[in-house]
Design a protein around this ligand. Sequence first.
Ligand code: GLN
Length: 482
Amino acid sequence: MDLHTLTLTALQARLRSGDCSAVDALEALEQRIAHVDPKVGGYLSRNFQTARAEAERADVSLPLGGIPIAIKDVINVQGEPCTAASKILSNYTAPYNATVINKLRAAGAIPFGRLNLDEFAMGSSTENSAIQRTANPWDLTRIPGGSSGGSAAVVAADEAFASLGSDTGGSIRQPASLCGCVGMKPTYGRVSRFGLIAFASSLDQIGPFTKTVEDSARMLSVLAGRDPQDSTSLELPAEDFTRLVGRDIKGLKIGMPKEYFIEGIDPQVDAAVRAAVRQYESLGAEIVEVSLPHTEYAVAVYYIIATAEASANLARYDGVRYGRRAEEVRNLQDLYIRSRSEGFGEEVKRRIILGTYVLSSGYYDAYYLRAQKVRTLIRQDFSRAFEKVDALICPTSPETAFKIGDRSDDPMKMYLADIFTIATNLAGIPGLSLPCGFAQVDGRPLPIGVQLLGKPLEEANLFQIAHAYEQSTPWHKARPTL
Ligand code: GLN
């Protein structure tokens, strides 16, 4: 059997039984990547030399012992480049490890490769990468979603057993949905962001991409935890997030937010998600209609808050301490202007300008302050819904993967790709996307994802609910032909 096709859990069992070694697993990936990544374009770089040395001395008794993990290129790994897929960071080498990297290493995992994304995680298609295009493994003429497009594509294409991504408004769940894998955004504060290149600090979370729900729970068990270096990380005891996996879900209440089942959704997506709802019913869950009345404002609120925070976070790339410096400048102002103009791509500039505008005096009250108030209303919508139900179910994305180049000149259309994922970040709750079927488009199957949203800190319940569905359906076993 080809080792690269294994799930993380299956690989772990083999490593522990001595059926294969960590070096075998790494070599299998190396070959798979050499074979398919020229087509997929998920990896920006790989470091097999260091990884091999780590694999040779792997302790497979550790929670992720000997398992290679690929990393979105916004998470610092000491001694490696971390570009955020931006020209402005083209000469940057990470001087330290992100906390999640230290945690992966302590658990025996081997972080070995860097994954493509939309520049600074701004986008929904990975087309905003200043470095390369990434293709959807199910149809190479289509986008993998974004911003963690590389993270989703390599897991779906069996070029990684698991990967890390970040999710500010959907960047884990949406690409997972479009590529047909499992993507999980934990509760805000669950996972330390120390060493993650910041986009919008009140929204960003790191989370895993995996082939199955159980793998996702295993990954989160390693990643979660208080970190004194991230003041927003929560002081909570360590948890085994797999502890409810396998329990039946009879009697659980799952809410269908009526604002998420609207006109304009691709009919094949709508049908697949409704079929998933019926499957939950047949598994014994009770389906309840709920309302999240402020949903319609989520995209507008997000593009005020996220851009405001981005404009502040990206101020540091001025060519002095951070960021590539423009050459032969006339004076300090010229240095700032030229370094930033040359270093940032179009979408990043658009966000900085929007964010600066909504924070400027005279507009602050009308936009930023008002957006914060509506954010509170969106949060309250969820609290109210969760008084009645254990979890919510809805589409992850209103459509399947679109063609590369189809939306690049229409930012508004691109922003609407995250219509179902954004409110989760505004509310800080956990969300997970898992495969729920395929659409037939131009005679080819394209993955569809269903999204489950949970109460704050109830990731374990979310994994339980997701796992029950996954195990009763065939979707997670499907693989693209490459
Ligand atoms: N697509 C959204 C945006 O462009 C979300 C990105 C993300 O979650 N990082 O802002």
